[in-house]
Design a protein around this ligand. Structure first.
Ligand code: ADP
Length: 509
């Protein structure tokens, strides 16, 4: 997985919290929609009751009541003292009362059953209404006949017509009653449905509410989990502010908080390293000043001492061997002191490298040749392996030569018995790797972190400054130096120096 993939896959804290709230909002919208839906269904039912069923029931009730009155009036039709009054009542009822009653029923039916789902029920009720109306229309002729018979005083015919009308009246009342109960059934069905729907709506509302509460709780927990690493970072910042710069493992999460934590830890490490470097630099600066003074005081008398010893040596050519060996010992010590003061001097003089494009292979060859004779006296062979097409490097020739000599000298000093020192140079990436391998005892693990510290030495006559100077030079060249113990025994020092860009190498050729 490369870096951009990781970035794509990583969701930001803000987007995750936004997503959680979107989820909450969705749950809330679902609850609202479900609620509004059931409210609207209830309102529709109530409206159907108010505008449709109630007027329909009333109209049917009126029609039935009218029919009851009709039936009652029929009982007295033949015994009426004033038949023309009766005739007027029946005619008015037939022409106005009934037709108005039925048109009210039809209008109410149209209002109730205008929805498509109820069309079947509607057409049944409409045809039932039409049947009743048609049936009752037959009364008009009989009423007309009965009053004619009464006018002609044909009471026998009037009686029989009345009986027929009474039978029809009862039948009409029955038909109206059937229509009423059909509508009642419809109302009961509607109420049952509304009740069932209300029950379902309440259950659904409860489920949605529980679900949205659950989502809310989960979102809250999730947000807490996402933000928890922030408290670690804050606690760590507090510890660092109190001065504790020791490295801690980073609790990494794949988001900005994780990035903040690792960046913060990297920053702490950088500050720590910068502090340590500052401390080393300060110490080196002090050593530099001291070295400059001491060297100034010592080097002149030392060189006259060396000169005088040479003169003394010439004078004592005839002297006995004990005197000569004493002289050689004194000369040796003077040489050692001269070398020691030289090291201090190089530390004091550590200046910016004056770089030029150099062939490092050639530089290494010269350094090795310079030391070869001395090393072979200790039974040590130097092997030089330089990669063929090594690019040039921008270096200060004198300083890099000193680096090579320091490392080869250390290798020599590390080897108590005869063996081989291998100096290798090869090109890796943008840099040139110089390795110096020896066959000594290697570096003890607990010393690995300290060998570049000023004055760290494991040698009885060591100064602990060689590697300090070496690292100063390498870092001033933009390079790095590392040390490791080899599995085969011995140590390896690796110097990485930046290779010159192609334009620089061209200038070399
Ligand atoms: P000095 O040589 O005066 O001790 P340096 O700074 O050159 O000072 O080296 C510091 C220490 O690093 C040495 O005392 C030694 O313990 C260790 N060291 C350096 N080079 C080697 C090596 N090639 N093999 C093992 N140890 C080494």
């Amino acid at each position: 997985m490369n870096d951009s993939d990781a970035k794509l896959r990583r969701r930001t804290v803000a987007s995750r919290i936004l997503l959680s709230y979107a989820l909450m909002a969705l749950a809330f919208v679902a609850v609202t929609i479900s609620n509004v839906g059931s409210q609207r269904a209830a309102a529709r039912d109530a409206e159907m009751m108010r505008a449709g069923y109630f007027p329909l029931v009333l109209a049917l009730r009126n029609a039935s009541a009218g029919q009851d009155t009709w039936n009652t009036q029929l009982n007295h039709i033949t015994s009426a003292r004033n038949p023309s009054d009766k005739a007027l009542w029946f005619e008015t009822t037939l022409q106005l009362g009934r037709s108005r009653g039925f048109s009210e029923i039809r209008a109410a039916l149209a209002r109730v059953f205008d929805s498509a789902t109820l069309q079947v029920v509607n057409s049944q009720l409409v045809s039932q209404t039409r049947d009743v109306e048609e049936f009752l229309t037959g009364d008009a002729k009989l009423i007309k006949n009965i009053f004619e018979a009464l006018k002609q005083k044909d009471s026998a015919r009037a009686e029989s017509l009345r009986d027929e009308l009474v039978t029809r009246g009862a039948q009409g009342r029955r038909l109206l009653g059937d229509l009423e109960s059909a509508v009642q059934d419809q109302i009961t069905e509607l109420l049952d449905k509304a009740r069932a729907r209300e029950g379902r709506a309440v259950t659904l509302l409860l489920i949605w509410t529980m679900l949205s509460l659950l989502v809310g709780a989960l979102v809250a927990l999730y947000a807490r989990r996402v933000l928890r690493p922030l408290s670690h970072v804050t606690a760590r910042a507090r510890v660092v502010a109190a001065g504790d710069m020791s490295p801690r493992p980073v609790v990494y999460t794949p988001d900005e908080i994780g990035e903040l934590a690792s960046t913060f830890e990297a920053m702490v490490l950088a500050i720590r390293e910068a502090n340590e470097k500052l401390l080393t630099t300060e110490r080196l600066a002090t050593i530099g000043k001291m070295a400059a003074q001491v060297t100034h005081e010592i080097r002149n008398p030392l060189s006259s001492l060396a000169l005088n010893l040479e003169l003394l040596e010439e004078e004592l050519q005839e002297a006995d061997s004990e005197t000569r060996s004493l002289l050689a010992a004194v000369q040796g010590e003077v040489e050692r002191l001269t070398a020691l003061s030289g090291r201090y001097l190089s530390l004091a003089r550590s200046s910016h490298p004056a770089t030029e494009s150099e062939d490092l292979g050639q530089l290494a060859r010269e350094a090795v040749n310079f030391l070869r004779a001395d090393l072979s006296r200790s039974g040590i062979e130097v092997e030089l392996a330089v990669q063929g097409d090594l690019p040039a490097a921008l270096v200060d020739e004198g300083q890099i030569r000193q680096v090579l000599i320091n490392l080869i000298r250390n290798a020599q000093e590390a080897m108590a018995t005869p063996g081989q020192v291998t100096v290798g140079l090869k090109h890796t990436g943008d840099s040139i790797d110089i390795t110096v391998d020896d066959e000594g005892a290697g570096i003890e693990t607990e010393h690995l972190g300290r060998i570049f510290d000023p004055f760290f030495t494991t040698k009885s006559h060591g100064t602990g400054l060689g590697l300090v100077v070496t690292r100063e030079i390498v870092e001033a060249h933009g390079g790095s130096i590392t040390a490791e113990s080899l599995e085969s025994g011995g140590a390896r020092f690796r110097v990485k120096l930046p290779a010159a860009r192609s334009s620089d190498s061209e200038s070399l050729n």
